[in-house]
Structure formats: C-alpha cells, structure tokens
Write a protein that binds this ligand. Sequence first.
Ligand SMILES: Cc1cc2nc3c(=O)[nH]c(=O)nc-3n(C[C@H](O)[C@H](O)[C@H](O)COP(=O)(O)OP(=O)(O)OC[C@H]3O[C@@H](n4cnc5c(N)ncnc54)[C@H](O)[C@@H]3O)c2cc1C
Ligand code: FES
Length: 265
Amino acid sequence: MTLPQTVIITSVRDEAHNIRSITLDAAAPDAQPGQFIMVWLPGNDEKPMSITSPAPLTFTVARVGPFTTDLHQRKVGDYIGWRGPYGRGFALDQHRPALLVAGGCGVGPIYFLACVAQELGVPTTVALGARSDVVMPLQDAFRELAPSVELVLATDDGSLGHQGFITEVVRQHVVRERGIPPAIYACGPEGMLVTLHRMCVEMDLPGQFSLERYMKCGIGICGQCAVDGLLVCKDGPVFDVAQLDSVADFGRFRHSATGRRIPIR
Ligand SMILES: Cc1cc2nc3c(=O)[nH]c(=O)nc-3n(C[C@H](O)[C@H](O)[C@H](O)COP(=O)(O)OP(=O)(O)OC[C@H]3O[C@@H](n4cnc5c(N)ncnc54)[C@H](O)[C@@H]3O)c2cc1C
Ligand code: FES
C-alpha cells in the first residue's frame, strides 16, 4: 500500500454548478483511466475520487455532503493528502470504435479515457448526459478534443442537446452505426449503467462499466465494497458485461458506511 502523500493544490476550476476540478502538485503517470485515488482531508475523512487527469493529478468533484463540501472550500496553496492510484480501470479495445458514456460526475474518468483514445487514434464518440446544462461538467474540455472525438449531449430538461436520457442517444448511435460495432465504456448513475448493460447484452456489444460502492480502505482489506464475491475497489471499479451478469446487487442494492443494505433507486 502506498502511504498518503500531502501536497498542495495548484488549481481549482469551476466546471458546473457545485462541480469543481482540483489539481494537485503531484502526478500518477502510470494511472489508467477508470482508476481512483483516496483523497484525505486530515480531521475529516478519506474518500475515493476518480482520476480526471494523471499529470498533473486532477479529479473532478461534485459537492454532495460533508466531505465534498470541505473539499470545495479548499483553495490553491492548501495542503491535502492522496494515495493511489487503485483499482482496475478501463481496458481500451483498439480494434473497435469507442463509445464513451458519462452521466453526472462520471465525466472525470471518461475524459481521461477520451484523451487516451485520442492519443491512440481510436475513433471515439463521447455521450454526456445530465439533468440540465448547468450541471454538465467538462463540456469545454471535451469540445477541445474535436474533431477526432465526437461529442453528443443529452439533458433531461432539453436545455442542451437531445432532450431525454443519454441512453436513448447511445441506442440511436449504435443502431445507425454501419461499420464495426462499438465497445461501450460507461461511468455514472447505476440506473444508466443497468440500461447500457442490458443494451450490450441485447445487441451483443462489449461493454465496461465503472461501479461505485462505499469504500473505506480502497485496497481490498476491509470488505466494505463487496458485491457478490467481488471487491469494487480491487476487482473493479470497472467491470465488463459478463462480470456484471453474475452480480445480483447490480442496480438493486448498495451498502451504507455501517454495512446496511440499501436499495438503489
Ligand atoms: C471508485 C469511486 C470513484 C469516485 N469518483 C468520484 C469522482 O470522481 N467525483 C465525485 O464527485 N465523486 C466520486 N465518487 C463518490 C465520492 O466518493 C462521494 O461522493 C463522496 O465520498 C461523498 O462524501 P460526502 O461526505 O461529501 O457525502 P455523503 O453525504 O457522506 O455521501 C453522499 C453519497 O456519496 C456516497 N459516499 C459517501 N462516502 C463514500 C465513500 N467513502 N465511498 C464511496 N461512496 C461514498 C454515499 O454513499 C452517498 O451516496 C467516487 C466513488 C467511488 C467509489
Ligand atoms: S474498500 Fe476496503 S475492501 Fe474495498
């Protein structure tokens, strides 16, 4: 296990309403898209965050509760701790077009993957979904990857792009595709992942999905993140279609910090 390193924040950028990217005076050059770090705020807690960029090390955080509110109050020059990178990330198939799908704060690892796909010359479409325009982070960063990375957007309220779920856009894109069928890579709300997983099964597409479960150690010791015999922090957080076929809790249950089983709505 790597010990936490304490480093200064070198940049804080507002990406959307209540969503910020924080860059550290650190690098994780060997990190893979989809891997995460444990971010430590001494006196508060230590929590998982996906990597948006490995060098300099950047993560994109939504303010949802006490820890992320504290993170949002940190400024350039403040010290915070991190350790990692951890977990199994996305394995990019270089022989198929890539269809990258992100909902909400799932954009961080999808941005990292889009950058790698661009570098490797893999034809790539990024599909981003959010409730509305104001909560869709990293739009400009994705636009800067054009023209080699195509961007399609969907919002529930129609304020940007297609009105409706991003999964509808993804289905239309796959149906329209005339060449080699794409591989799907997704990160976001579990309901979205369940729909995409079903689509992969129905249409016989390869797919990889990043799951979130409550994490404490982040390195496979405590068992907090277990789902049907798999540890999300070590065997995941990215799982393929076949692995998720055997996870009965996928889309149904998660565990609270105290181990209580909670239905996923
Ligand atoms: C592998 C992984 C990668 C993640 N990447 C990001 C990211 O890039 N950006 C981002 O904004 N969020 C990310 N999250 C979620 C983030 O860890 C939680 O939003 C954060 O811990 C919430 O803490 P809080 O005190 O602000 O909110 P709380 O009010 O404590 O919780 C809000 C929600 O976050 C979940 N959560 C709280 N603590 C944890 C924990 N220790 N582990 C997992 N989930 C937790 C809760 O179950 C609840 O659903 C990731 C989670 C995982 C498992
Ligand atoms: S968080 Fe401890 S085993 Fe996964």
